[in-house]
Design a protein around this ligand. Sequence first.
Ligand code: RB5
Length: 142
Amino acid sequence: MQIAIASDHGGWNLKAELIEYYKNKGIELQDMGTYSSDSCDYPDIAETLCQAILNKKAEKGILVCGTGIGISIAANRHKGIRAAVLYDDDVARLAREHNDANIAVFGGRTMKKEDVFRRMDIFLKTDFLGDRHLRRIQKLDK
Ligand code: RB5
């Protein structure tokens, strides 16, 4: 599975830690920026990663900003994108089972990296349940 990752400056450190964590597991995340710790705008970062998902360059994505809020708002303005802020372990599972979330979002300034790694692992191993949940997510893009 191709997994892309991107962050603004507020998520810069956590992005690097996620890349390292998955590298040690033999999984290479596609780094879509930002490529320095200089200040940048999270809507631009979300746009790049969302286009990669929508154009099938990656199946799943990870977005990080300071809180996870701004970049999730930006991502969810795209039809076909379902970005979920994974603020606890059950939410990480339910975001896949019920929402078929294709982007996991984290707060680089608000979340501990151990929590983020664990939630991301849950997100990646959990499948969408379909059925009534499919009907609901189809309504999102009408
Ligand atoms: C950047 O300072 C910060 O506003 C951004 O990373 C994010 O937290 C916005 O929601």
